[in-house]
Design a protein around this ligand. Structure first.
Ligand code: ADE
Ligand code: ZN
Length: 335
């Protein structure tokens, strides 16, 4: 059990969230409200029925429901309301900075225009007291040509997103499938990240690094299966955006007691804690920290390190990064 002091520290410490799919923050209540507003009939009769379907066996079983949930998003205001709801929740968890993933192809495939998606999400970020930036993710189960067309459609809004990522069904869709589009994004000066080593093998982490030239690995927890890779990630201080509750809900680990977050830290890796798809996986940032610290032998020094790691790994100008890190250190100095 967590002592009261450590619980309070986890709740109150300043945080950066670097792995949050905005479509994964859609709570069932908001899904139903947006469905009604837009005259969309859902396959589930009630909020309770929908929530009861959140019993996943692997990544694909989640993605099927996640894409169905996102089908209620049609208008700019829908994207704004979803993003604002997340940012309010993040603010309550003392998240100071969030780098938010969005999946435009999930929406453009249904006829929603790119400007509707980006403007709605971006406007909410501007209206929030939480510092928030956007990362456009390509769906890896689709073709590279589709990703290239998506990038071209998003380029008129280049100033509204800071980077690109790669998500959706990992196994069978290795990073190298997207070598050309990532090279183009690199030329455009965009930050690069990719999901790798969530369900996929360490080989996908290598190609995310060496072929896509990413600056952070999303998940990456399977790196520990390869000692040379583990050593390299630590040496290069390559950040991993770890999502503990997600890993349990998607059966990457059977139980939180088996999660490898502490082993990653002990190996010298720049691991961070994040919520992934909080509406589907049982919690936001503080829930992730509390569940992890309850199950693993983690203490105050780990809390300090994880709070710092989020800002160290963030795509922020140096001056802003140091301001946040000074806030973290001042918080821990007072304990
Ligand atoms: N899209 C939303 N959440 C995801 C995850 N955990 N892995 C891959 N794609 C995703
Ligand atoms: Zn993810």
């Amino acid at each position: 059990m967590l002592n009261d002091q450590l619980r309070r520290v986890l709740q109150q410490m300043p945080k950066a969230e670097l792995h949050i799919h905005i479509e994964g923050s859609l709570e069932p209540e908001l899904i139903f409200a947006l469905a009604e507003r837009n005259g969309i009939k859902l396959a589930y009769g009630s909020v309770e029925e929908l929530r009861a379907a959140y019993a996943f066996t692997d990544l694909q079983s989640f993605l099927d429901i996640y894409y169905a949930g996102a089908s209620v998003l049609l208008k700019e205001q829908d994207f704004y309301d979803m993003t604002m709801a997340y940012l309010k929740r993040a603010e309550a968890d003392n998240v100071r900075h969030a780098e938010i993933f969005f999946d435009p192809q999930t929406h453009t495939a249904r006829g929603v225009a790119m400007d509707v998606i980006i403007n709605g999400i971006y406007r909410a970020c501007q209206d929030s007291p939480v510092s928030a930036t956007l990362i456009l993710c390509f769906l890896r189960h689709l073709s590279e040509e589709d990703a290239i067309a998506t990038l071209e459609a998003a380029l008129p809004y280049r100033d509204k997103f800071i980077g690109v990522g790669l998500d959706s069904s990992e196994v069978g869709n290795p990073p190298e499938k997207f070598a050309r589009v990532f090279a183009r994004c690199r030329d455009l000066g965009l930050h690069l990240v990719a999901h790798a080593g969530e369900e996929g093998p360490p080989a996908y982490i290598y190609t995310a690094l060496d072929t896509l030239k990413v600056e952070r690995i999303d998940h990456g927890v399977r790196c520990l299966e390869d000692a040379a890779l583990t050593e390299r990630l630590a040496k290069e201080q390559m950040a991993l955006t770890v999502c503990p509750l997600s890993n349990i809900k998607l059966c990457v680990f059977d139980q939180m007691e088996q999660h490898n977050l502490l082993q990653l830290l002990d190996a010298g890796i720049l691991a961070t804690v994040n919520s992934d798809d909080p509406a589907y996986f049982g919690g936001y940032m503080n829930d992730n920290f509390i569940a992890t610290f309850e199950a693993l032998p983690l203490g105050l020094s780990h809390a300090h390190r994880l709070s710092r790691n989020g800002f160290v790994a963030a795509f922020l100008p140096e001056e802003q990064k140091h301001k946040f890190l000074a806030e973290v250190d001042a918080f821990f100095a007072k304990i």
